[in-house]
Design a protein around this ligand. Structure first.
Ligand code: CMP
Length: 141
């Protein structure tokens, strides 16, 4: 059975700098997601470390949080049936080199770090990530 779900998406600094934001938003809407909230932000290193706390200690953590705080991002609250998996499928795998034709990371990603977009990977992380950037009153209701 399909369940209506919410997920957190981020258009990363590489995609914003490459003028890919509009294309990615159009792809999101064309694939049936409802955009419940959207903000363009320049997050600090500290805010990036808090967001990616689950990866603290991994070899790529410092570089990832430098990159995520290096320019503007667009954070999105998305809703759809099985939104977490649907958004991950639309993005393609973390490494754009393995991504299939038609996925966002194939089109706009250039490395495992500069991979254009982020998406929550499970229901508990989606709850944490949505609440990291959006208060309840800031979402369509
Ligand atoms: P994202 O979906 O934002 O979640 C964590 C990010 O860490 C991931 O996308 C990648 O951009 C980045 N990253 C960098 N190196 C690696 C790696 N070796 N394995 C997984 N993620 C990595």
């Amino acid at each position: 059975m399909k369940t209506l779900q919410r997920t957190l998406a981020i258009v990363k600094p590489d995609a914003v700098a490459n003028n890919a934001t509009g294309d990615i938003l159009a792809t999101i809407e064309a694939n049936g997601f409802r955009i419940l909230g959207m903000k363009m932000l320049h997050i600090s290193k500290d805010e990036a470390e808090g967001f990616y706390a689950v990866h603290a200690g991994k070899p790529f953590f410092d570089s990832l949080t430098d990159f995520m705080s290096s320019g503007m991002v667009v954070v999105l609250a998305l809703e759809k049936d099985d939104a977490i998996k649907a958004w991950r499928d639309l993005m393609g795998p973390t490494n754009p080199a393995s991504a299939a034709e038609g996925t966002i990371r194939k089109k706009w990603g250039s490395s495992i770090e500069r991979n254009a977009t982020h998406g929550s990977d499970a229901e508990d992380t989606a709850r944490f990530e949505l609440s990291y950037f959006f208060a309840g009153y800031q979402l369509v209701h």
